[in-house]
Design a protein around this ligand. Structure first.
Ligand SMILES: Nc1ncnc2c1ncn2[C@@H]1O[C@H](COP(=O)(O)OP(=O)(O)OP(=O)(O)O)[C@@H](O)[C@H]1O
Length: 301
C-alpha cells in the first residue's frame, strides 16, 4: 500500500498542501484529480521522496522513501513533463534505464511496440515531438514490471489504439496485485480505469470515493429515457418525488435526474402510466460531475 498521512507543504509563504492523507491500495488504480495548482504534483513528489514535506508521513512498499532508496528499483514513475536527454535515441534511453534498474534489455522491443515507437526508436530525442517523448517515458516506467506505477498526468495523445493499449496495460498492472497512483485531467482515463478518486482543491482533499460516488454526489443519478410519448413521460416524471430534474434533449429523449438510485421503481411507474419506453440507460458524464465539484469547491472557498 502507498500511504500518505497529514502531508503539509509550503513554498515560501504559500501553502501547497494543508494536511493531505491518501491511501493507494494493492490491486487498485487510485487517481488524484484537481484543477491546476491544486497540489497534485507536489503530493506525488513527496510520496516519491523527491521533496520533503514540512509535516506528515509517507510509506511506500512499507518503507519510508526518504530513508530507503532501494525501493526505487520497484517503482515506475512517469513525470508530468518528462525530461529525457536530447542526445540519446529512445532505445538508448530505455537501455540506459534498464541497466540502472537491473532489468533485462530483451523487454525493450515489446515496450517500444506497446507505446507505438518501434519505428522511431533509433531517432534522437531532440527530434521527437512531445507526444513521442511521453511515450518513451511511459515505456521507461514500465521497464521491469514495477511493483508500483506512479504517473503524473500521463498523456497518450489522441491515437485510439495507443490509448486502449495503455489503459489495458495499466489495468493489468493493477490486476496483477500491484499499485497504481496517477494524477489526471483526462476524465475518460479516470472513468475507464480508476477504482478510487481523490479530488484535491487548494491543497486539501475535497472528495474521496469511487468514480460512481463522485458522479452520484455531484451530478445526481441521471438516466436517459427515449420514448415517443414525451408529454406523457414528462407529466408522470413531474409527479415523482425522487426526480429532481426533467430535461428534454432532442425529439425523443428526456434526461431525468434522480435524488437516489430508484431506477427500478421509476421504470415501473412509467410503464404503469402507459409510457412506451424505447430505451432507458444511465448517463455517466464524469466531465460534468468534475465541473460541478470544482464549482462547489470554489463557492465554499
Ligand atoms: N517549486 C515551487 N516553488 C514555488 N511554488 C511552487 C513550486 N511548485 C509548485 N508550487 C506552487 O504550489 C501549488 C501546487 O502546485 P502543484 O504543481 O503541486 O499543482 P498541480 O495540482 O500539480 O497543478 P497542475 O495540474 O497545473 O500540474 C501551486 O500554487 C504552485 O504554484
Amino acid at each position: 500500500m502507498i500511504i500518505a498521512k497529514g502531508i503539509r507543504k509550503k513554498y515560501g509563504n504559500k501553502s501547497a498542501l494543508n494536511g493531505v492523507s491518501l491511501k493507494a491500495e494493492k490491486g487498485k488504480i487510485t487517481a488524484i484529480l484537481g484543477p491546476n495548482g491544486a497540489g497534485k504534483t507536489t503530493l506525488i513528489r513527496i510520496i516519491l521522496g523527491l521533496i520533503f514535506p514540512d509535516d506528515g508521513e509517507v510509506r511506500i512498499l512499507d518503507k519510508d522513501p526518504f530513508k530507503d532508496k532501494s525501493i526505487f528499483k520497484k517503482i515506475g514513475y512517469i513525470q508530468e513533463l518528462p525530461n529525457l536527454p536530447p542526445f540519446l535515441t529512445g532505445r538508448e534511453v530505455l537501455e540506459f534505464s534498464a541497466k540502472i534498474k537491473g532489468v533485462d534489455k530483451s523487454e525493450i522491443p515489446k515496450l517500444l511496440e506497446m507505446v507505438g515507437m518501434t519505428e522511431n526508436a533509433d531517432k534522437k530525442i531532440a527530434k521527437y515531438s512531445k507526444g513521442m517523448i511521453q511515450r518513451i517515458a511511459i515505456a521507461e516506467a514500465m521497464l521491469g514490471n514495477p511493483e508500483v506505477l506512479i504517473m503524473d498526468e500521463p498523456n497518450m495523445g489522441t491515437d485510439p489504439v495507443l490509448i486502449t493499449n495503455f489503459r489495458s496495460m495499466v489495468k493489468n498492472i493493477a490486476k496483477d496485485g500491484r499499485k497504481v497512483l496517477m494524477t489526471s485531467h483526462e476524465m475518460e482515463d479516470v472513468k475507464k480505469i480508476a477504482d478510487k478518486v481523490y479530488f484535491i482543491f487548494k491543497g486539501s482533499v475535497y472528495f474521496e470515493g469511487t468514480v460512481e460516488d463522485l458522479i452520484k454526489r455531484f451530478l445526481g443519478i441521471r438516466v436517459i429515457v427515449e420514448t415517443e410519448d414525451i408529454e406523457n413521460l414528462k407529466a408522470e416524471a413531474n409527479k415523482i418525488n425522487f426526480i429532481k430534474g426533467v430535461e428534454e434533449e432532442g425529439k425523443n429523449k428526456v434526461i431525468l435526474t434522480l435524488t437516489e438510485d430508484k431506477r427500478e421503481e421509476l421504470i415501473k411507474r412509467l410503464v404503469l402510466a402507459g409510457v412506451r419506453i424505447r430505451s432507458f440507460y444511465l448517463d455517466n458524464e464524469l466531465e460534468e460531475a468534475y465541473l460541478n465539484i470544482v464549482k462547489e469547491a470554489m463557492s465554499n472557498d
